[in-house]
Design a protein around this ligand. Structure first.
Ligand SMILES: *[C@@H]1O[C@H](CO)[C@@H](O)[C@H](O)[C@H]1NC(C)=O
Ligand SMILES: [Zn+2]
Ligand SMILES: [Zn+2]
Length: 429
């Protein structure tokens, strides 16, 4: 009979068979996401989040000095009954929630503040002169503690283990690198991280697949000449024109030597040299940063920066010492979102915030040491909106006027927890 064509049988079979794994995972995700967001938004929970964030905000600590912050994290984990390892990389804390069995999924927050004066006048302004949480890491710690509380509440439902990584020294000090060196990622299969973004509304997140943030390297240069009277330049080796020409020559590397379709930046951030109007100095110094999105570009830029500067110096009978400071200040790799992890976090984000709540924005040339984790395991990093309608002129990260809408704390806590729980659900044996 025509009716029982093979196609029809196949369709009937598909209708009668139970929903496949993907559909079940989706259902689980959206019910779970709603439940987590509701828990994290109730007034007691969000009040606790605010108080944690404000306590951290009042006592900002610089990279690898986060002792008080670390203490606060441990005491909150203690009261939640969550186990942790400490110290990891001096002040870092790695907590564990769940069965202890595989799969292991990691969530990460950074803890450090910046050496700058807070100019926002409010009740919980920084009490430490010259230090401020202007990159929102106080909110990151709080959101991860919020996730810890949600996960602990749901620990019987966890199909594996969640590691909560509280790391020091994100602001230029590669804290993530040292956390990994001390075992923070051991056994972990994938990782997720969040960064607050005061430019997009609370209740939205933003990211993209592939490169999201650039890698960053640094360099300082000493041009060695021979000083003397400014009226007799022929008796000197003037390092000042050498510095000028070297800086101009550097502008040609990105603009003339590299593919315009792959982003790269070289910027000079400081120049120093000379003291008197009539003296040619012995030495002058300058330095800057360079940005890239691949290991090849990193190697290329580094080699060319050195060559261009040394060659300019040699032409003018001076010498140059170019220092990439890699021992003390490790370069950051680019932050690359893994396609599968990106899709996972996006799907959970959409379940939590709706389709319009997950934005796809262009990459930016800022850098993040989350990239060290992303080099080791599949990773996704998302920006999370922290701007509400009353904040008409939001100030960017690292501004002395930086403020966030604390509503982000509940969203971030539940997103962290939902991404982790859904991952374990999908990957449980
Ligand atoms: C918006 O954020 C500001 C800054 O944190 C806060 O003072 C204000 O209460 C928030 N408004 C709403 C409606 O959430
Ligand atoms: Zn920062
Ligand atoms: Zn930051």
């Amino acid at each position: 009979m025509e009716w029982f064509s093979p196609l029809f049988c196949f369709a009937l079979l598909a209708l009668l068979s139970p929903p496949h794994h993907g559909a079940r995972a989706l259902e689980f995700d959206s019910a779970l996401a709603r439940e987590l967001l509701e828990s994290a938004s109730d007034s007691e929970f969000s009040g606790w989040l605010r108080s944690v964030r404000r306590r951290i905000h009042e006592y900002p600590e610089l990279s690898f000095e986060e002792r008080r912050t670390s203490q606060l994290i441990r005491s909150e984990l203690d009261s939640l009954g969550i186990e942790y390892v400490w110290p990891v990389a001096e002040t870092g804390v790695v907590a564990t929630v769940g069965s202890g069995a595989q799969p292991w999924f990691a969530l990460r927050a950074d803890m450090d503040a910046l050496p700058m004066q807070e100019l926002v006048e409010w009740e919980h302004k920084s009490k430490i002169d010259g230090k401020m949480h202007s990159c929102g890491h106080d909110a990151h710690v709080t959101m991860l503690l919020g996730a810890a509380k949600l996960l602990q509440k749901n620990r019987d439902k966890l199909k594996g283990t969640v590691k909560l990584i509280f790391q020091p020294g994100e602001e230029g000090h590669a804290g993530a690198y040292y956390m990994i060196k001390e075992g923070a990622l051991d056994g972990v299969q994938a990782i997720f991280g969040l960064h607050v973004d005061p430019m997009i509304p609370t209740g939205t997140v933003s990211s993209r697949v592939g490169p999201l943030l650039a890698g960053a390297g640094r360099f300082t240069v000493v041009i060695q000449g021979k000083g003397g009277h400014a009226a007799s330049p022929h008796k000197t080796r003037d390092p000042i024109p050498v510095l000028s020409m070297a800086i101009l020559a550097l502008q040609h590397i990105v603009s003339r030597e590299t593919d315009p379709l792959e982003p790269r930046v070289i910027s000079i951030g400081f120049v120093q040299g000379g003291e008197a109007l009539n003296v040619i100095p012995e030495t002058v110094t300058f330095g800057g940063t360079f940005r890239f999105v691949s290991a090849e570009s990193y190697a290329y830029l580094k080699q060319r920066i050195k060559e261009v500067i040394e060659t300019q110096a040699a032409v003018h009978h001076c010498t140059a010492m170019v220092d990439f400071m890699e021992e003390s200040l490790r370069p950051y790799p680019p932050t690359i979102n893994h396609p599968t992890m990106y899709d996972h976090a996006k799907r959970v984000g959409e379940n939590l915030l709706g389709k319009q709540g997950v934005r796809n924005d262009p990459m930016i040339m800022g850098a993040e040491d989350f990239s060290f984790y992303a080099e080791k395991v599949p990773a996704a990093f998302f920006m999370i909106g922290a701007k509400n309608e009353t904040m008409t002129s939001a100030k960017g990260l690292h501004s002395p006027h930086f403020v966030i809408d604390e509503g982000v704390l509940s969203v971030g806590a539940s997103l962290h927890a939902a991404v982790a729980m859904a991952y374990l659900e999908d990957h449980a044996k």
